[in-house]
Design a protein around this ligand. Structure first.
Ligand SMILES: Cc1cc2nc3c(=O)[nH]c(=O)nc-3n(C[C@H](O)[C@H](O)[C@H](O)COP(=O)(O)OP(=O)(O)OC[C@H]3O[C@@H](n4cnc5c(N)ncnc54)[C@H](O)[C@@H]3O)c2cc1C
Length: 497
């Protein structure tokens, strides 16, 4: 066995997954086809739930240092959403090009000693009961790499998915859009100089979205009537981009250069199963959809965050039966919900009288606070609640709130206590009873007795920040069950001397 886990693809999903594996001490390698990262960034934004996940590992601050702007709220088909309806420290979208997110994560891998094998493409794979073998094609020719698991994070056209012979059912795209990174001359100041959320109010010409993405470059995304008459492989000319700029901002705005441009559709597809024996799929390799609302990169990061610690448990040998399968059962419904909401958004931005009538009604509805909360929770990822077993508690399956608390060593925050990537037992009362119950798991489950309003005497938090048990000392047997379910059987090495 050369390594424990092969991660295919150094996009945001693969890099995040490798960082989680590296943190847990797993021998992982990332295999990436490109010799170096491409200059373009597809995604431009980080949603609140991803910000929370990054904060759990101390990665949010360095990411904010590289961000361009923080924009309050989010949007649904260009309709504004107020994220403050949710209890979060991050009720905003972070404007940051995807390339900078990837660079940050790759730096993190360097610190953790996880190698990114660039210029190597996975071309074949096989698996048996014990191992998976990948064939890599690199500058020195073909090589084979063996591991216990392989995760295909290799994007929407995933080779891993193809090699598995797995279908990718869903809908073909209906709306054809253009994304272009451009430079402009804007003497009249018609183009916003700061990063704003998209205003995608459809009209006869078709509206788009523009944002400054650093180094004097603007990201321009448009999907007018003209684009709908073209095919996906029609070359994008400067004239087409210029016409779209005029339609949107008037004749004063002049295109001075196109750095990169591409057509994309709102096709939406999802694999039926995320796990195929020793091979798993994550990120765009498992699901694709329209970029509407800015969710794809975020969904991939959160897939990786859900999968990393479970895979690490399998590799280390402590994972209880079925733990790895919860990756599919938890993340597939989340992906399906994003597909559904992007399909709905695609309808709401189509230039047609009936759809515009529907849009007017939805616009009115999302101004109602409770409706805003529902849609904001969906787009931001803050509403994700896993269907976990155990005694019902309001917190069960939800993200743990990042509360201020007082620890024996001083004030702190919940997120700071999860940085080592282990599960965490937070207690606010009956410390010794909970400590006694959890002691046999102390190698895998951190403990902190804190002063805070948790809504329970104790809360067990998984490494991905989701609550898997909450209760009082009367239910300490429930805690033991939850520890066994999520942290495995106590091993002799974990037992107190
Ligand atoms: C125009 C546009 C705008 C978008 N805006 C947003 C946004 O604002 N917010 C958001 O959240 N999402 C957005 N997205 C979606 C987002 O870009 C994707 O969801 C995200 O890139 C998925 O990340 P990934 O790591 O799963 O896959 P990818 O980023 O596609 O990475 C896959 C990697 O695998 C490598 N690879 C492929 N095949 C092989 C192989 N055989 N061997 C080795 N390596 C291989 C590729 O070279 C690539 O580096 C947007 C997408 C588009 C098109």
């Amino acid at each position: 066995m050369n390594v424990d886990v092969i991660v295919v693809g150094a996009g945001p999903t693969g890099l995040m997954l490798a960082a989680e594996l590296g943190l847990a001490g797993v021998r992982a390698v990332v295999v990436e086809r490109l010799a170096q990262r491409g200059g373009q960034s597809k995604a431009l934004g980080i949603q609140p739930r991803s910000a929370e996940a990054l904060a759990l590992r101390g990665l949010l601050e360095p990411l904010m240092d590289r961000a361009i702007q923080r924009v309050p709220g989010g949007h649904f088909a260009g309709l504004r959403l107020d994220y403050t309806a949710w209890d979060t420290r991050h009720p905003y979208s972070i404007g940051i090009p995807q390339g900078r997110v990837e660079a940050l994560l790759e730096d993190r891998l360097g610190e953790l000693g996880v190698q990114v094998l660039r210029g190597h493409e996975v071309t074949a794979l096989s698996q048996d009961a014990d191992a998976v073998e990948a064939t890599l094609l690199g500058p020195a020719g073909e090589a084979r790499l063996t591991a216990r698991f392989l995760v295909g994070c290799d994007g929407g056209r995933s080779t891993v998915r193809e090699l598995l012979g797995v279908g990718f059912p869903g809908l073909d795209g209906k709306l054809l859009s253009v994304v272009a990174d451009i430079t402009i001359a804007d003497p009249d100041g018609a183009v916003p100089e700061t990063w704003t959320l998209p205003v995608m109010t459809p009209d006869k010409t078709g509206k788009g979205y523009i944002a400054p993405i650093g180094d004097g470059v603007h990201r321009f995304l448009f999907y007018g009537a003209e684009q709908q008459r073209l095919s996906r492989d029609t070359p994008i000319t400067e004239e087409e981009v210029q016409r779209a700029l005029h339609n949107e901002f008037g004749p004063g705005v002049r295109l001075t250069g196109v750095r990169w441009a591409s057509r994309f559709t709102d096709a939406s597809r999802q694999v039926e199963r995320y796990r195929h024996g020793r091979v798993l799929l994550a990120g765009d390799a498992a699901h694709i959809h329209s970029p509407m609302g800015g969710q794809g990169l975020n969904l991939g990061l959160q897939d990786a965050f859900n999968l990393g610690w479970k895979l690490a448990g399998e590799v280390a040998g402590w994972a209880p039966e079925g733990l790895l399968d919860t990756y599919h059962s938890e993340r597939h419904p989340v992906g399906a919900r994003v597909l559904a909401n992007t399909r709905a958004q695609a309808v709401l931005i189509v230039h047609d009288e009936e759809n515009l009538a529907l849009r007017d009604i939805v616009e009115e509805l999302v101004r109602v606070p409770e409706a805003n909360r529902i849609v904001a929770g969906m787009i931001s990822g803050l509403d994700v609640r896993y269907d976990l077993p155990g005694r019902r508690h309001d917190l069960l399956g939800r993200r743990v709130p990042d509360l201020d608390l007082v620890t024996p060593s001083g004030p702190g925050r919940v997120a700071e206590l999860l940085r080592d990537g282990r599960a965490l037992l937070l207690t606010t009362a009956d410390e010794s009873a909970f400590a006694e119950a959890a002691e046999p798991w102390s190698a895998r489950v951190g403990r902190a007795h804190v002063q805070a309003e948790l809504g329970a005497d104790a809360v067990l938090v998984r490494p991905d920040g989701h609550v898997c048990w909450a209760g009082s000392v009367a239910d300490v047997s429930g805690l033991t069950e939850a520890l066994t379910l999520w942290a495995g059987a106590p091993t002799p090495a974990d037992l107190p001397a």
